[in-house]
Design a protein around this ligand. Structure first.
Ligand code: GLC
Length: 627
């Protein structure tokens, strides 16, 4: 049932119309077994921390859960069983294979359509991809839609890209290649053209609480006083006046993206239903877009509040009942202290399975700008605090800008501004980097747009490949899943053509959203870049123990231009050392080891060229047997 159906026709909407089912433990036990009952309890506990008495809410959820569970395809149920089996045996999930990456692309720019993406599966396999993340696919509003992040219908596909049947075909074909598809679910907001938003604006009583609308500017000001702007230049403030309803609507992002009101439990039920429906199309994981924003509370910046975490926990536990193999990736681009809670406290109280390691990503670029390892060492130490079950998604670039403020707890504003200037080709014309500054709040550093290869200097710079290889080599060496942003594997550069498109011209992030250049991907240079990534991937494949190694520990006592960390294996040390500067440096490799990237043996004083990276494997000495 599409969520675009005229809402008044949908009999399950609106608690007043829905008969209450009291869900007993026996009912849950009978259908989902003992572990299912545990998930049900956890979800219920999380929801009651948010809403108080939840008998009625659980009664609304139950029939939806049962219906979607019954509708799940047997092949997906088989995948669920395999996932549960791996978990019971304490093994890594199937989407986490040694050396395999998450590949992220806009479908229209990668393969044209979803059907076209099926033909690209061999390409993904050649890159050792384990997770494919097509950027938003669901039917967006027409016209400007924030790159698809303004969804008009969660149960339909952007007609430019294909249909729901095509999505199913793609997930099936990917499944045969052992690749999971992770899909964006924009759970914080809908397009203002979404059926729920239209019903809200038309004052349909069943939807009166679905969004947050205020009658007076004074009320808005009270909230606004504590909020931070996401797009201070192109969409200042967090509210938009809507003439149709006569209300100031909460819009954290663009004016056409209306924030849902999770204070209304029915919103939770509807979004859960969307997740279950999409999981049944074969989606293997969800990227929860703008996850920190879900709950709003006056007097706070309304990001990452405890209720937000409880709502996410409830989603995760209920999905474990309906589609246990589905995983959750949190999109929380904040400082590390704010991101860590998205994993939950521990295995028992888990929340998302994966999260973007955005502080580390930002620190890598900051370290490269300074030619020093210190800021990365600090970010490494913080990132190591994640609970064991949580998996970092390590990355160099994505479709969004680099937000220097994410290192606000580690570096002063002045330092953040220096990084921002360093990468801005207008402010630093003598530098190598070819990025551009994107909007920032007053007094803060501008964030940075640009493709990784351009930030590394681009094709006219003789050292760009070394810098690019260094950054990607580090991304692969970290603890977690490495991500490849479409085009980085061949060194695609900025695409300034967006400025010609009136719908995109005001949005600088299109600078780093180029079309895949399949012809250029055949050149010798492009293949060499791909090979750099593949070499790292192959080394990890041969070292599966690394997945179980300890989190990276910063190596101190190196020259300031060096970044080094160690990951301890049961009988060996994996040591990654990078020279972030443009001058040769050296370190002491002690009794020596094997560099997995160059294949060479290093021992004692070892020289690192400008931007060189080594992955040293040092086996523990076997004690000589006493005679
Ligand atoms: C996420 C997306 C970003 C989008 C925003 C609003 O941060 O990555 O591209 O603008 O959410 O949906």
């Amino acid at each position: 049932m599409p969520d675009s159906l005229p809402p008044s026709v949908d009999p399950s909407l609106g608690s007043a119309q829905t008969p209450l089912t009291l869900v007993s433990e026996a009912m849950v036990l009978e259908r989902f077994g003992a572990s299912g009952l545990w998930h049900w309890h956890e979800a219920r506990a999380a929801l009651s921390r948010v809403y108080g008495q939840v008998d009625g809410l659980m009664g609304l959820i139950w029939p939806r859960l049962c219906t979607q569970h019954e509708a799940r395809d047997p092949s997906l149920k088989a995948q669920d069983l395999r996932a549960q089996d791996l978990e019971t045996r304490g093994l890594a999930p199937d989407w986490r294979k040694p050396g395999s990456a998450l590949y992220c692309a806009y479908i229209d720019r990668f393969s044209g359509t979803l059907k076209g993406a099926i033909d690209k599966i061999p390409y993904l396999q050649s890159l050792n991809v384990g997770i494919f993340h097509p950027l938003p696919l669901l039917r967006p509003r027409s016209g400007d839609n924030d790159g698809g992040f303004a969804v008009e219908d969660y149960r339909d596909i952007d007609p430019r890209l294909g249909s729901l049947a095509d999505l199913k075909d793609l997930t099936k074909a990917l499944g045969q290649a052992e690749i999971r598809l992770v899909l964006d679910v924009v759970c914080n907001h809908t397009a203002k053209e979404h059926a729920w938003a239209k019903a809200f604006a038309a004052k349909d009583p069943a939807f009166k609480d679905f969004y947050l609308g205020f009658e007076t500017q004074a009320e808005v000001d009270e909230w606004e006083a504590h909020l931070l702007d996401v797009f201070p230049e192109t969409a200042p403030g967090s509210f938009t006046y809507d003439a149709a309803s006569g209300l100031y609507i909460w819009t954290s992002f663009y004016p056409y993206q209306w924030d849902l009101n999770y204070g209304c439990p029915q919103v939770f039920v509807e979004m859960l239903d969307v997740l279950m429906f999409l999981a049944n199309q074969g989606v293997g994981g969800f990227r929860l877009d703008s996850a920190p924003f879900l709950w709003k509370e006056k007097g706070t910046p309304c990001r990452g509040l405890p209720q937000t975490h409880d709502l996410l926990k409830a989603f995760v536990h209920l999905m474990r009942l309906q589609a246990p193999s589905v995983f959750f990736l949190a999109e929380a681009i904040e400082d590390l202290n704010t991101v860590l809670p998205f994993f939950g406290q521990d295995h028992e109280h888990r929340e998302c399975d994966m999260a973007y390691n955005n502080s580390l990503m930002t620190a890598l670029w900051a370290g490269l700008a300074e030619g020093k390892g210190e800021i990365v060492h600090q970010a490494l130490d913080l990132a190591a605090q994640k609970p064991k079950h949580g998996v970092w998604l390590n990355y160099a670039r994505c479709h969004d800008d680099i937000i220097w403020g994410a290192l606000g707890n580690l570096a002063s504003r002045e330092r953040q501004k220096a990084w921002s200037r360093f990468y801005d080709q207008n402010l630093n014309p003598d530098g190598y980097a070819q990025g551009l500054g994107f909007q920032g709040t007053k007094g803060a550093a501008l964030s940075t747009c640009g493709m990784a290869y351009s930030l590394c200097g681009g094709s006219s710079d003789g050292l760009a490949d070394k810098r690019h290889g260094l950054i990607y080599g580090l991304v692969y060496a970290l603890d977690g899943v490495p991500m490849v942003y479409m085009g980085d594997e061949i060194g695609l550069e900025n695409d300034p053509s967006f400025a010609q498109d009136p719908e995109k011209a005001s949005e600088l992030r299109w600078l780093h959203r180029p079309h895949m250049d399949w012809a250029a991907s055949q050149t010798k240079e492009a293949q060499a870049r791909r090979e750099t990534i593949l070499r790292a991937s192959r080394a990890l494949k041969l070292l599966p123990q690394l997945q179980e190694a300890t989190a990276p520990q910063a190596l101190l006592g190196l020259g300031p231009e060096l970044l080094g960390f160690e990951r301890r294996l049961p009988d060996a040390q994996f040591i990654c050392i990078a020279n972030l500067s443009d001058r040769p440096s050296w370190f002491d490799a002690g009794q020596g080891g094997h560099d997995l990237l160059s294949g060479q043996r290093l021992q004692g004083r070892s020289v690192l060229d400008a931007y060189q990276l080594v992955w040293l494997l040092r086996l523990d000495e076997t004690p000589s047997s006493e005679s």
